[in-house]
Design a protein around this ligand. Structure first.
Ligand SMILES: [Fe+2]
Length: 608
């Protein structure tokens, strides 16, 4: 039985009072700083950055529509220039507001959409655009260095050389090369590797769901290899990744059974088809565990039976299980053979969403774990579509699971509601009665009964959830805190809004595992970035040497559509409503994008 989502109570976003600013460093904290890296005399003590007052206090209860068309135009504009600038600079002191904490030392990497137009032809969907990697590096001396580079896939290089689009992409209706037909039997779309990073054994990789990763030099952001078949060091063609599609999201998990060193777990897949040995049809998955030195520590092959699409974007790994959601999508063969083949439909628009179908959690025992050798279980969890999961962990000695995720009520690939600027309309974001599509939920899974219970955690629309995933990370383990970008429109079921706030969501460990959450189980604290700013995925950065789960900073890319200004805001994770302790204003507008990662290593001028 699936219980209906329980409303946990309206969570108001606190309106903070501006506070005195300055670094908040604990006595004796190890900072990992690299003093003397930045140029002599920089930053100048005379720098007097100014803070726009609205970055700290704003009414938070108005509807998104109150900002009208300007906000919508600003949101569409954030999807960027036809081609983002590639830049490098020490950020001038006058563009660092507040004071960067000296114990914020390391590198923030963010994947954005870098190229949307060639020869006057703009892509139909931003997610087909070439990736742009932006890096903000903090030596730990109050300064910041910025670098951005486009990911140079082989397709990008060829299109660059010819000055026009050449390759079809998954979201585009027709080949930008002008070809009139697509071959439905030999789908070979460009993988712009523009979604998420994998960082392992000193390597930095960018992944998309539609192909193999690219490897970058984290120091220069140069693309050093493409279509990589391993995340390990050395030859990027080593055949460790067994299939042609590496999923975007990897997870760091405890060793199997909760023992031993952490592993990086990655998920790749093959095309849908019939398994020769069993005769069953589905999508073959390969789940790979990597030791942190880049060696393959184990692989599991699994057939996701009945799956026809293979859009497998995110998952979680607990001590003893891989947990992979299967969304109620089916390949529409008729659409593929007619609309797609004739260039009238994109590949993704041939995916039909079943609004009444279940999200099915495939719970697959990890090799070397407590349930190694047991069959996988598949648990139906009710309707929706899960792109992103927050975290997951086991309860009752592995007889149950807690899985936090952001199920969408629906997806509409046919009308390009994802990734199309045409879908960003005032009506879409303010029309009365339009349902909020992205609720954060807690799923309690009873593995013995093969059933679950769902609870809504927060009333505001949200997405891009992150937890502490570096420096004593909590992925796969019981955790309390998650960070999401959220709508300023709160508590109205019939309204949504663009993401303009960052919320810290705290939920009791194990709460909601066997029954609905109650309001007492949940606390939400938010920072409202201001009515003319939009934000993307927040990233938690642990304070060096910290052990408390929320002891650290939250970094978030905020875009001011009125000033055409991008800034990286640095928030104290324990006090989001107080607003940023610092903001680094970037040299130019950083386009909207997807995910980012934190590396405790400083990459930039003067690195070792
Ligand atoms: Fe994602």
């Amino acid at each position: 039985m699936i219980a209906p989502p329980a409303l946990s109570g309206i969570q108001a976003i606190a309106v903070p009072a501006p506070r005195a600013r300055g670094p908040s460093v604990r006595a004796g904290a190890s900072t990992g700083a690299r003093p003397g890296v930045s140029p002599p005399g920089y930053p100048s003590a005379a720098a007097a950055p100014t803070w726009p007052a609205e970055h700290f206090a704003d009414p938070t209860t108005r509807r998104a529509g109150a900002d009208g068309g300007a906000l919508i135009a600003g949101y569409r504009g954030w999807f960027g220039a036809d081609r983002a600038a590639e830049e490098e600079e020490w950020v001038p002191p006058a563009r660092i507001r507040g004071a960067l904490p000296p114990d914020l030392a390391g590198s923030y990497f963010k994947l954005c959409i870098g190229v949307l137009s060639r020869a006057g032809e703009r892509l139909e969907n931003v997610y087909d655009g070439d990736g742009l990697v932006a890096r903000v590096s903090f030596p730990g001396d109050g300064t910041a260095h910025f670098l951005s580079r486009i990911v140079r896939t082989p397709e990008f290089e060829e299109e660059e050389a010819q000055g026009r689009w050449l390759f079809p992409s998954v979201f585009s209706k027709r080949s930008p090369s002008g070809a009139r037909f697509n071959n439905p039997l030999r789908i070979a779309n460009k993988n712009p590797a523009n979604v998420q990073f994998v960082r392992l054994a000193g390597g930095l990789f960018t992944c998309g769901d539609g192909g193999l990763p690219c490897k970058l030099d984290p120091a220069t952001l140069d693309t050093v290899a493409s279509r990589c078949t391993t995340f390990g060091p050395g030859d990027p063609r080593r055949p460790d990744i067994g299939y042609p599609y590496q999923g975007s999201h990897s997870r760091v998990a405890p060793g199997p059974g909760g023992a031993g060193p952490e592993r990086l777990c990655s998920l790749c897949r093959d095309r849908a088809g019939r398994d020769a040995r069993s005769g069953r049809s589905g999508v073959p998955l390969r789940l790979t565990e990597w030791a942190m030195d880049g060696r393959v520590a184990g692989t599991t092959d699994y057939l996701m039976e009945g799956e026809t699409v293979g859009l497998l974007h995110d998952w979680v790994v607990t001590e003893n299980f891989y947990v992979v959601p299967q969304n109620p999508l089916r390949l529409n063969l008729g659409a593929l053979l007619t609309g797609y083949a004739l260039g009238r439909r994109s590949l993704v628009s041939c995916f039909d969403f079943d609004g009444e179908g279940d999200v099915r959690l495939h719970v697959i025992p990890r090799p070397g774990g407590k349930f190694d050798g047991e069959p996988a279980r598949v648990v139906p969890m009710g309707p929706g579509f899960v792109f992103h999961l927050v975290n997951g962990y086991e309860t009752d000695g592995g007889r149950g699971l807690v899985v936090d995720c952001v199920p969408k009520r629906a997806v509409d690939f046919a009308s390009y509601s994802i990734g199309s600027t045409d879908a960003i309309t005032e009506e879409a974001y303010s029309a009365a009665g339009r349902p909020n599509f992205n609720y954060l939920e807690r799923w309690g899974v009873d593995l013995e009964a093969g059933a679950g219970v769902r609870s809504r955690v927060m009333d505001a629309a949200c997405e891009f959830p992150r937890v502490r995933d570096t420096g004593g990370g909590v992925e796969g383990r019981p955790s309390r805190h998650a960070y999401v970008c959220s709508s300023r429109v709160v508590g109205e079921d019939g309204a949504s809004g663009p993401f303009q706030a960052v919320s810290k969501v705290t939920v009791g460990v194990g709460a909601g595992a066997r029954g609905p959450l109650s309001a007492a189980d949940v606390a939400v604290a938010s920072w409202d970035a201001g009515h003319r700013r939009l934000v993307m995925e927040p990233l938690f950065v642990p304070r060096a040497g910290s052990s408390e789960e929320d002891d650290g900073y939250v970094l978030v890319h905020a875009y001011d559509w009125e000033r055409r200004e991008s800034a990286l805001a640095v928030l104290d994770a324990r006090d989001l409503p107080a607003g940023p302790v610092a903001e680094v204003v970037l040299p130019s507008v950083l386009p909207n994008g997807l995910h980012g990662i934190w590396s405790p290593e400083y990459y930039g001028p003067g690195e070792a």
